[in-house]
Design a protein around this ligand. Sequence first.
Ligand code: KIV
Ligand code: NA
Length: 263
Amino acid sequence: NKPVTILSLQALRLANEKITMLTCYDASFAALMDRCGIETMLIGDSLGMVCQGHDSTLPVRVADIAYHTASVARGNHTALLVADMPFGSYATAETAYANATVLMQAGAHMVKLEGGAWLTETVSFLTERGIPVCAHLGLTPQSVHQLGGYKVQGKSTESADQLKRDAMALQAAGASMLVLEAIPALLGKETTELLAIPTIGIGAGPDCSGQVLVMHDMLGAFPGRKARFVKNFLDGQGSIEGAVQAYITSVKDGSFPGPEHCF
Ligand code: KIV
Ligand code: NA
């Protein structure tokens, strides 16, 4: 298989073929997901919760993401690897560039940042210097204390309009992908239709260009609270490979997420 690039992701979007993403943190799971044909893997700062046992993503450091990114890169051949910029690593364009460089040198093909229009200068700074950027709007877990908890975002007309303006600004600044987390399905659809870059939803409805889940959640391996948008794909499957295949099939044929996973 040919390596997935930002161009092939754009081609999938234009062909109306759903893009598949799972989080991944180590070489063995990377090799397994790659064999299954997953298009993108996210080395998410969710590793702070599912691997390190913290109760938020805030304690995660750049070195943690770099370590897991290097591990995933050694197991992966084809998927496009997106590495999360952790809390506190992109407050200014210059610090973002220095930290993104560490992640790209560890094997990432793209970095992901949480936040709206305030990030446009940083997104331009990175993309002008050859670092592709995925933006992340809606429920942004690094802002959990500012948001007052892990809550669905974009429910009011004002906040929905704000999210759409942020999405347009991030796209104009050079973002090549956008994660939408925990927003009403209708807002996920409208934002996706507004943009010319792929959207990847998690609790953002079935009409995003693609879907992402945390690996531990879709295998039923996370002991914490289960969000509405999570589905255990190991149920009814005999193997982890079967679960990943079932996830890919369900995203591709549009059966996941179902109404019970949406807001
Ligand atoms: O860290 C993560 O796993 C994420 C996804 C939930 C989008 O950011
Ligand atoms: Na994240």
